[in-house]
Design a protein around this ligand. Structure first.
Ligand SMILES: [Zn+2]
Length: 313
């Protein structure tokens, strides 16, 4: 015990004066309380553990280098608020675009929005800050946008969400359905078409799917960027036939794969998606012809395989 106390004493001497005073006050209190005892060595000495405990209670431990950061919560919060009218945008281009080019084009297409500021956040990733919430909301409402012919996907920027956690999976989009017949001017029918697109409906224009003039209905949908911008669909008619309903995607980017029409393009899926789009666009007669051709091709392929097998055996 003496050895321990001595070691601690040396340690304290080399450290903090306050530590020493705690140590001595501890001992002094013990001595005063037990002053009727003649020999100090015969009564309990202050325990190392009790001193350590007191050191911890007074928040005075061994001085250890600490990592330091700056930025009070209030300052950070105020700074973030300056970006509360911002929009996060990502250009879906396979190459990294020059920042200057993007900025020039954005300034041209958004020239009516004053006092905006552009910040580059990563490859083809930008934050656009607007002076008012109205401007910010207008940008989202009028989406999609394009830069250099590629989609500029936009969404409200929340600076409290780390950029790494933000995935551009959707884009609000307006699609027009042309060539609808009278039996198709019905909300349930339009809902079925939107469901076929596999997307969430935001609104239909007009809401009752009965346009005052003509037979065109528009829908605002939340479009998945890994899905194809389908060209149209065949709808059955009351006369027992079918009619091709053509889709028109407003502000469709012109730099888009003309095989699969997928914004977030993948070479691995392109061929398969393109084939499905091709089949969906065929009339019943065209599909019959295509099916027969496929069967004939498969038969020839089988014959060739048989011939090779016979030659080898
Ligand atoms: Zn493709």
């Amino acid at each position: 015990m003496h050895a321990n106390i001595n070691n601690l004493f040396i340690f304290l001497s080399s450290h903090h004066k306050k530590l020493k005073s705690i140590f001595f006050s501890n001992i002094t209190q013990t001595i005063l309380f037990n002053s009727h005892r003649p020999v100090m060595a015969t009564y309990p000495q202050p325990q190392v553990s009790s001193i350590t405990s007191q050191m911890q209670q007074t928040n005075i431990g061994v001085v250890k280098p600490q990592r330091r950061t700056l930025g009070s919560a209030q300052v950070i919060s105020n700074a973030v608020d300056e970006w509360s009218n911002s929009v996060l945008g990502k250009v879906f281009c396979p190459e990294i675009l020059e920042v200057g080019e993007v900025r020039d084009e954005i300034n041209a297409i958004w020239k009516k929005y004053k006092s905006k500021e552009t910040k580059v956040m990563g490859p083809n990733l930008f934050v656009f800050n607007f002076s008012t919430t109205n401007d910010q909301e207008d940008i989202i409402k009028k989406s999609p946008w394009t830069v250099k012919g590629y989609l500029l996907a936009v969404e409200i920027y929340n600076p409290r969400i780390p950029l790494a956690d933000i995935k551009f999976l959707h884009q609000n989009w307006t699609v027009k359905f042309r060539n609808l017949q009278l039996e198709h001017l019905n909300v349930s029918m339009i809902d079925e078409i939107i469901q076929d697109l596999g997307r969430e409906k935001l609104e239909i224009d007009p809401p009752n799917a009965h346009p005052r003039i003509g037979r065109m209905v528009k829908a605002r949908i939340r479009m998945e960027l890994t899905s194809a911008l389908k060209r149209g669909v065949w709808l059955r008619t009351t006369s027992g036939g079918e009619v091709w309903i053509k889709y028109h995607w407003e502000k469709q980017p012109y730099n888009l794969c003309d095989e699969c029409f997928v914004i977030d393009h993948s070479d691995n899926n392109c061929e398969q998606v393109a084939l499905q789009l091709q089949l969906d666009s065929m009339s019943a007669e065209e599909y019959d012809v295509w099916s027969r051709e496929q069967e004939a091709e498969n038969f020839l392929w089988w014959l060739r395989l048989e011939k090779i097998t016979v030659m080898l055996t």
